[in-house]
Design a protein around this ligand. Structure first.
Ligand code: AMP
Length: 122
């Protein structure tokens, strides 16, 4: 987890290409390989969780603040009227690739409704 690229972003050891928001608790930046015209990732800076699996009751405020930040960014970027998607992938079957908790904000176009698609598990 400590060698995850998002951990390094959180600690300021590396900088994402385009930062959208930063304060002492959260960092939001553009996804390097966007799946929509707007694709922003929001991560905690001071809480090192691999995924939602490691979340505890003490993290509810943090998760709320990540969602609220996504909402504010979506408002700022004019995404609210047509809608957008917030996603957290969890673990291998959830499609999570980077092992450091992050929230996806996707918008700017009609998104596929195929959330229930699955492939045969290995
Ligand atoms: P997930 O599949 O939920 O783990 O999503 C990881 C996301 O991180 C993917 O959408 C990647 O395109 C994105 N990503 C990976 N490396 C970087 C990076 N260096 N800067 C910005 N986004 C990244």
């Amino acid at each position: 987890m400590e060698d995850s690229i998002f951990y390094k972003f959180a600690k300021g050891e590396l900088k994402p290409d385009k930062i959208r928001f930063e304060d002492d608790k959260l960092l939001a930046f553009d996804d390097i390989n966007p799946n929509a015209p707007t694709h922003i990732l929001i991560i905690p800076k001071n809480r090192n969780l691999r995924s939602i699996v490691q979340m505890t009751s003490e993290d509810t405020k943090l998760l709320g603040s990540m969602i609220y930040r996504a909402k504010l960014l979506a408002d700022e970027l004019g995404l609210a009227e047509n809608g957008y998607r917030l996603t957290i992938n969890v673990g291998k079957w959830g499609g999570q690739v980077v092992p450091y908790l992050h929230l996806h904000l996707l918008g700017g176009a009609q998104l596929s409704g195929d959330l229930s698609q699955f492939t045969k598990a290995e």
